[in-house]
Design a protein around this ligand. Sequence first.
Ligand code: AP5
Ligand code: MG
Length: 214
Amino acid sequence: MKIIMLGAPGAGKGTQAKKIAAKYNIPHISTGDIFRANIKNGTELGKKAKTYMDQGLLVPDELVVDLVVDRLNQDDCKEGYVLDGFPRTIPQAEALDGALGKLGQKVDFAIDVDVPDENIIHRMGGRRACVGCGATYHLEHAPTKVEGICDMCGQELILRDDDKPETVKKRLGVYHEQTKPLINYYTTAGILKTVDGTVDIEDVFQAIVNILGE
Ligand code: AP5
Ligand code: MG
């Protein structure tokens, strides 16, 4: 099963993609996580990506597309995957279709996690990310067992630099301009499914399972 997660920054793409990956036993591929791992490890790619990410801008398509296509060609992707944060522009979607077409494959579902802008600003302020493994939590909606400490690896939690209110507003603007057109793109392709992302995390997941099947 090949799944794309669409939605504004903070809509819950990552939260739901992790749950989908666990239930259907497919890899969760997050371009944001890949960039953050590169930044942490001080790679050239990380240095380039950081200048865009810190401003709330998209990393240029040419830095993203090859990276994802290489990842999709790895063995663990044979049975499918859930893509979180890619594609994010029409050229990225076209590049993905082109790369899959060569392999005789196509995306099965594009799931749009729909959350209005007003909710997003509140959510991002409460999100906390682990400095070690990148796991994300929310102060109110998805708290850790021990305050400020990651449940998975025991390291410290922080507010991501790009989750500061001004940068969130910028990211939302970029989303409306560059990423939202993908809703039409996948509607035309006949694979768009929309779920209400404002309800509880478990209820959003149930709506997704209803679409994907048990
Ligand atoms: P990325 O990491 O993908 O960030 P994003 O799209 O801005 O989305 P987020 O990860 O912030 O939100 P999410 O939808 O995953 O929400 P989450 O589940 O965490 O990208 C970061 C940057 O990298 C981009 O700005 C760009 O610069 C660059 N980049 C990445 N991919 C790129 C690409 N393809 N092309 C170009 N540049 C690229 O949830 C948010 C919070 O809400 C959490 O605290 C969570 O616990 C909580 N929450 C989740 N669901 C619910 C719910 N139902 N109710 C209440 N709270 C909830
Ligand atoms: Mg995410």
